[in-house]
Design a binder for this molecule. Structure first.
Ligand code: TMP
Ligand code: ASP
Length: 271
């Protein structure tokens, strides 16, 4: 399939979104080399970061599809592009924590890495200017970020299902998944009708998992050494950012179960 990039639609911190000619229900997500933290207050970049994050996200979204967790991934284009189903993203960042680290550890003055009895799901309001404040389920409902309690439950259950799958996925690559952030959205039904998605799996118009899942949006610790292998290297000025992203990328692609699906992708991308 030849995809042709259309009009520019939206500029994010790590990605830009474009339309795709003749496919109104899809978008072209372009991963950038920019690196930002603390809601855009700290910025940097390194060459090849967009390609690494695109590759990691693509592998993870394909893996999740294989595990029957539907998401927006459709195809990879060039080195840094991803063709995705077009979603209206809700302004909630859904965070799952397996150990306490980052903002919640800071807030309660707990040590980084404190274990939790079971995974914790939290919502944050996606609004850089306000520093992405914590949102309770009640607030999410009261402020109209979700339409009813069923949607709140769906987001929580789906986030925990993704966590279950991803914990094992990263574990098999020698990494511990400490926490991560997901974003969800809905397809506009009128854009789906008559388009590519006649078989539309999302016909109940439920939230679909979108955005990216990469070293930018997860905390990943080396299981043996405890080294941080994710964006915390940048946030905390630890150095070796590029090397860590590359290492995680290579570990995931190398250590992934020899399912044909992935072998095909490896052959296509790396030869
Ligand atoms: P936090 O500890 O800063 O709340 O972040 C928890 C996890 O979610 C961490 O892996 C980073 C990720 N995250 C993002 O990628 N973007 C965001 O805007 C937020 C709030 C968290
Ligand atoms: N709040 C997150 C961070 O500190 C996300 C971001 O701003 O990029 O990295």
């Amino acid at each position: 399939m030849k995809w042709i990039k259309g009009d520019f639609l939206h500029k994010g911190k790590g990605k830009s979104i474009y339309a795709i000619q003749n496919h109104p229900a899809l978008v072209w997500m372009e991963f950038k080399d920019d690196l930002t933290a603390f809601n855009g207050k700290k910025t940097s970049s390194f060459k090849g970061k967009g390609a690494l994050n695109r590759d990691m996200s693509s592998l993870i979204f394909r893996f999740l599809k294989g595990e029957e967790i539907e998401n927006h991934w459709m195809a990879d284009v060039n080195n840094t592009g991803m063709v995705c189903r077009k979603l209206e993203i809700i302004p909630l960042e859904v965070v799952v924590r397996n150990r306490l680290a980052g903002s919640t550890a800071r807030k309660f003055q707990f040590s980084e890495g404190r274990p939790l009895p079971s995974p914790l799901v939290e919502f944050y309001y996606k609004q850089d200017e306000l520093g992405d404040p914590f949102v309770s389920s009640e607030q999410a409902l009261a402020f109209g970020f979700v339409s009813d309690g069923e949607e709140v439950e769906f987001l929580k259950t789906q986030a925990l299902r993704v966590n279950d799958k991803l914990k094992t996925f990263f574990d098999s690559a020698g990494l511990e998944l400490i926490d991560f952030k997901l974003e969800f959205g809905k397809e506009k039904p009128e854009e789906v009708d008559g388009s590519l998605h006649r078989e539309n799996l999302n016909s109940k118009n439920r939230f679909l998992l979108g955005d990216e899942i990469s070293c930018d949006s997860c905390r990943l610790w080396d299981k043996k050494t405890g080294d941080r292998m994710d964006k915390d290297r940048f946030r905390l000025n630890l150095g070796g950012i590029e090397e860590s992203y590359k290492k995680v990328h290579d570990l995931l692609y190398r250590s992934f179960p020899a399912v044909r699906f992935y072998e095909d992708k490896l052959r296509k991308d790396k030869v």
